[in-house]
Design a protein around this ligand. Structure first.
Ligand SMILES: N[C@@H](CCC[C@H](N)C(=O)O)C(=O)O
Length: 290
């Protein structure tokens, strides 16, 4: 276990917050227990997840993408589990690359476990990410909270989502624990569950219970899943009309703009903020790694 001081940054995207661990050569030993300790809001730094920043060529999960993207977002949930993709995380990852002097404003490709994502960093600080295509399938689940049940649409954005339309976001309850859903077999690897309420034409609000992190104040892949599920509910499909469809998605920590293009690509635009940077105390690190 390493006991050298470890550089970290703290960042957030619509208050989905992350501990950023720059590690270009993939030299850090990062077991799930250490990720969970780092993300602990009382005994650690605190975050919904870790953005482990590694050169694609240096990571076995990303080497095959190194010809397309220099950097790999090795994403970990707060409980230490590995996730395929994180939408808010990609925006913060891009903001970090600029902060560290690796890129300037403009276009950048980021390797993720859900493939290479093209991003654009605006001069005003917003980041737009081409998130790929949403895959909707019929085999959703029924989600239950406090005696109320809703059918939830199954949407895959590289990671799994179940999208439930509710009358009132308060009906999602406290979300301290994962809402029960049936049948469980639909999501063998777990699922992120979004609760959605209408706010106006092409405008919704959501809350989310994230796999591996409990309720968070935002989920970028979740907002994309919500926008596409809402478009279909509203009878809108850009592939049929040839016109892009944009939804405003309010999350507890801000607002994301989600556009689905006629070719099926989903784009997400939102803020990305670096809050602080420092070093993890080597003594704490040795204890946390033990
Ligand atoms: N907050 C993220 C999603 C992070 C991963 C998710 N919890 C999972 O396990 O799939 C986002 O902004 O997309």
């Amino acid at each position: 276990m390493s006991t050298a001081p470890l550089a970290f940054l703290k960042g957030h995207g619509t208050e989905n917050d992350f501990v950023i661990l720059p590690d270009p050569d993939n030299a850090i030993d990062l077991p799930a227990s250490l990720v969970a300790r780092v993300c602990d809001r009382r005994a650690g730094i605190g975050g919904d997840g870790v953005l482990h920043v590694v050169r694609a060529a240096a990571h076995p999960d990303a080497r095959h993408m190194a010809h397309e993207a220099e950097w790999f977002m090795d994403y970990r949930n707060a409980d230490g589990s590995v996730a395929e993709m994180c939408g808010n995380g990609v925006r913060v990852f891009v903001r970090y690359l600029e902060h560290a002097g690796h890129i300037t404003a403009g276009d950048v490709a980021v390797a993720t476990r859900a493939g290479v994502k093209q991003a654009h960093l605006d001069k005003d600080g917003d980041v737009t990410v081409s998130m790929g295509r949403a895959v909707l399938s019929g085999d959703g689940v029924t989600v239950t909270v406090d005696g109320r049940s809703w059918p939830a649409r199954n949407v895959n954005m590289g990671n799994p989502h179940a999208v439930a339309f509710v009358e009132d976001l308060a009906h999602a309850g406290t979300l301290h624990t994962e809402p029960p859903y049936t049948p469980a077999a639909v999501y063998p690897d777990g699922v992120n569950i979004e609760f959605v309420a209408d706010r106006g034409p092409r405008h919704v609000a959501m809350r989310v219970h994230e796999r591996g992190a409990a309720e968070t104040r935002s989920c970028g892949t979740g907002a994309c899943a919500v926008a596409v599920a809402t478009a279909r509910r509203d009878g809108l499909d850009p592939a049929e009309t040839g016109a892009p469809v944009t939804y405003t998605v309010d999350v507890l920590g801000g607002t994301l703009l989600i556009t689905e293009r006629p070719d099926g690509r989903v784009e997400m635009t939102g803020p990305a903020v670096i809050v602080a940077e420092g070093h993890i105390d080597p003594v704490w690190l040795a204890g946390a790694s033990a």
